[in-house]
Design a binder for this molecule. Structure first.
Ligand code: GAL
Length: 449
């Protein structure tokens, strides 16, 4: 792709993102746009010869942009960085978060910095279709030779390797985890108080009945949830659809065939609209980890979340797996491992190519994945990471993954649809989380794909 196409496509997308587009476009094309970093540390700029930016003490600087500030996620990233620094003491890490669950703030920041040719060394992104915008704009470095050595290629799961490549088969990303989305976590004593047995929850409708019982029998909110950002409700609908109508229907819908599955889509949306009667009253003003804290405190019974929620339980005091919290596959989705993965990439005009390659290689290593995943609540995409550090919950997730019949991708976390489709679907859901109007959101969904 030529530079011209590159800049116009990137600019057009940035305009869609709104905000300070005018100002940014005016300086597009200038090297090192002077984006100061938030820690007040030395600003990294692309050096004229494309070489490595030096820190004051002669080492290399590595700026990492990510959204892991919530729950146990911060601890997981810190564990990864600690291992990296032990292996590569010559690299100085600048940890520069763009907070916001499911990356709600990161994309705009990264696109603006790419337009200004002032990208960070590396940034967090979902492998799979979320890479499309950056691949089409030709702003990701091909790391097939520099990072993806034979050891990594042999050790990674095939499906994850595919998600890390461009259409031409060039590796551009290094995944470091696999999350499961279709979990239902619960507070053991709240369910006991209500007389609800989680073993009987075999469908989204059965879950709705259980929530009615919890509402009648306890003071807890039946379902902890957040509607401040749309992604949690969107992912909930994805799993209600799988649980209610099956994974093949879900796959057909995300391939764009909404009207062909009208009954299933409408019924699943109606179930989500019914669920909302049982959300915590402040669902509109809390973040996902604040909603999850209600499960920890015993103020809510269930939460539907990716297993990053279990990372938060791991970081909590006196909240133990099995005795205090439990989980099951979201009702009706047994045998499905609804996959979300995270990766890091190397943008072009890179301020620290050597340090970035070291970081990416470390993310792809056994040591990096063994430190990060047990704290994050995810399982490793390498097949040779020992079980020892993973504890009973994640060991069971690893077994479920190995035994799963289907591993569909997701809309809400960007692996299964292009960024454009994701944005259209989010547009439909942004009204739904206010008016819960099934007809309206159904109509919008028929045009979203
Ligand atoms: C996902 C991401 C997870 C977790 C979650 C909540 O998109 O893949 O690692 O961070 O968002 O923010």
């Amino acid at each position: 792709m030529t530079n011209d196409t590159n800049s116009s496509l990137t600019r057009r997308r940035y305009i869609k993102a709104g905000g300070a587009a005018g100002a940014t476009i005016a300086i597009a094309g200038c090297l090192g746009g002077g984006d100061g970093d938030s820690d007040g540390e030395e600003t990294t700029t692309a050096s004229d010869d494309g070489g490595t930016t030096q820190s004051d003490d002669g080492g290399q600087e590595l700026e990492i942009v990510h959204w892991w500030t919530a729950g146990g996620e911060k601890d997981a990233l810190n564990a990864l960085i600690e291992g990296f620094e032990q292996e590569y003491p010559d690299v100085d890490v600048t940890n520069n978060p763009a907070p916001g669950g499911a990356g709600s703030a990161l994309d705009t920041e990264i696109q603006s910095r790419i337009i200004n040719e002032n990208p960070p060394s590396t940034f967090q992104i979902w492998p799979g279709k979320a890479l499309n915008t950056y691949l089409e704009s030709d702003v990701l470095v091909d790391i097939s030779d520099s990072v993806w050595d034979d050891g990594m290629r042999d050790a990674y799961l095939d499906g994850v390797k595919e998600m890390s490549q461009s259409e031409d088969g060039e590796f551009v990303a290094v995944p470091l985890n696999i999350h499961r989305l279709n979990n239902l976590f619960y507070n053991v004593s709240v369910l006991e108080d209500a007389g609800v047995d989680p073993a009987n929850l075999d469908s989204p409708s059965a879950l709705l009945d259980a929530m009615e019982t919890i509402d009648a029998e306890t003071d807890a909110a039946p379902m902890a949830h957040q509607t401040q950002a749309v992604w949690s409700t969107l992912q909930m609908w994805e799993d209600v659809l799988i649980g209610h109508a099956g994974v093949d229907t879900y796959q057909d819908v995300i391939a764009g065939n909404v009207a062909d599955n009208e009954t299933a889509v409408r019924e699943s949306l109606q179930l989500v609209a019914d669920f909302r009667e049982y959300f915590n009253e402040d669902a509109g003003s809390v973040a996902w980890d604040e909603a999850n804290a209600k499960v920890i405190q015993g103020n809510a019974a269930f939460i539907h979340q990716g297993d990053w929620a279990a990372g938060q339980y791991g970081a909590a005091d006196d909240f133990e797996y099995d005795s205090d919290w439990g989980n099951l596959a979201f009702p009706g989705t047994d045998g499905v491992y609804h996959v979300v993965a995270d990766s890091f990439v190397m943008p072009t005009s890179n301020p620290s190519p050597e340090a970035t390659e070291k970081w990416l290689s470390y993310c792809g290593s056994v040591d990096g994945q063994e430190r990060f995943n047990p704290v994050k609540g995810s399982i490793p995409p390498r097949t040779d990471v020992p079980d020892d550090e993973f504890g009973p919950f994640l060991t069971a997730q690893r077994e479920d993954f190995d035994n799963s019949d289907a591993q569909p991708p997701t809309i809400a976390h960007g692996t299964g649809v292009t960024p454009q489709v994701k944005s259209n679907v989010e547009g439909a859901f942004s009204a739904f989380v206010g008016n819960w109007n099934v007809d309206a959101v159904y109509n919008e969904l028929t045009n979203a794909f």
